[in-house]
Design a protein around this ligand. Sequence first.
Ligand SMILES: Cc1cc2nc3c(=O)[nH]c(=O)nc-3n(C[C@H](O)[C@H](O)[C@H](O)COP(=O)(O)O)c2cc1C
Length: 188
Amino acid sequence: MLKGIPMETKKILLGITGSAAAFKGVMLASLLRKEGFEIDGVITPAALRFISETQLACVTGRPVYSSLFTTQPGDPVPHITLTDSIDLFAVVPATADFIGKSANGLADDLLSSAFLACEAPVIMAPSMNTRMWKNSATAANLETLACRGVMFAGPVMGPLACGSEGMGRLMEPVGILKLCLDVLSGRN
Ligand SMILES: Cc1cc2nc3c(=O)[nH]c(=O)nc-3n(C[C@H](O)[C@H](O)[C@H](O)COP(=O)(O)O)c2cc1C
């Protein structure tokens, strides 16, 4: 129970972007499902190069979306309906590209369009190469989003997909789960 409200009534929109750490977004989905949340998954076209809709759907037990222009009857605007009654929007991992688009109000795919339409609390967990993380454009985009109320989980120091070590590694899913629980229970 969160604040007297059963967990199963809490809805989370989980976005996964095109990072080498995309599989950890699936791991987070598994942890969230074990907590009893209803999770809708959105995967960017770039993330589909790393994980599949089927893989995420097996974990969430629900349909997974990756296209802005849907062929599903009855819902021509998933970027709106997916954000209609959610309690939390989490993007894990969040690429430099997604962070940049979000900071600048760009909406050229399902996930970025949903972000613009979202009025729920937002958590982004950045994941990228250290040089991308240190780029002043990335820093400015993060600051813009933080000023608008977006919360960030990580990144942390550690081994990176490129073989180097440094800042930019995705925070471990258990740490991101804790922040999600804090936000959903009003502790953050
Ligand atoms: C193997 C590989 C790994 C990548 N990992 C990352 C990453 O961890 N973080 C990042 O910001 N971009 C990464 N990229 C670049 C993104 O995939 C690229 O910017 C893409 O346009 C992101 O699209 P999206 O934000 O719509 O998912 C990677 C690219 C490749 C080829």
